[in-house]
Design a protein around this ligand. Sequence first.
Ligand SMILES: *[C@@H]1O[C@H](CO)[C@@H](O)[C@H](O)[C@H]1NC(C)=O
Ligand SMILES: *[C@@H]1O[C@H](CO)[C@@H](O)[C@H](O)[C@H]1NC(C)=O
Length: 196
Amino acid sequence: MRTMATLGRLGIGLTVIALLSAVAEASLCSINGIPLVRNISELPQDNYGRGGLSHITVAGSVLHGMKEIEVWLQTFAPGSHTPIHRHSCEEVFVVLKGSGTLYLAPNSHVKYPGTPEEFPIFSNSTFHIPVNDAHQVWNTNEREDLQVLVIISRPPVKVFIYEDWSMPHTAAKLKFPYHWDEECLLTTPPSAKDEL
Ligand SMILES: *[C@@H]1O[C@H](CO)[C@@H](O)[C@H](O)[C@H]1NC(C)=O
Ligand SMILES: *[C@@H]1O[C@H](CO)[C@@H](O)[C@H](O)[C@H]1NC(C)=O
């Protein structure tokens, strides 16, 4: 009898664990499982294979079904940076912490980006990237993390990545669609809303 009761309790325990992990999985990847108000400190973060980066999708096309904008919170350790890249979406940065350098090549009409202009960026500063201008954000502060809130239009981003500033625009490597949360792509049901 006692064994049966123990097994019964064990069974219930296992069911609860299975349910809890299903909920955890759902809240990570599906729109339905995600609370409306979310604690940023508890959102999943990853470096997506990039050393020194911590990326959190605050609101995204895959995770939250966003169609017009996507919002990221990114933290760059000292010395880390984005690749040199361009995209045709709008992009706005708000620097929350730290400082660094924005490199921007505004001559996107010529064959390659060329020597970029350098702009110091600092805590509580904001900037936007002109559509299609090659750019790079770099934490050039050796002592502090650089944390930025990034808002982009028209997700998912279609990114062209350059190896250096003299690489021809036509040789830049296309990455599309650029989904940070692509592991969730298969588990997310397509959004019912097609038009806003
Ligand atoms: C948000 O999450 C952090 C980390 O888990 C926690 O310390 C904090 O209390 C949470 N804030 C609220 C309002 O729940
Ligand atoms: C950022 O700037 C705004 C506008 O001046 C100000 O209200 C806010 O306190 C500043 N925040 C920080 C962290 O300096």
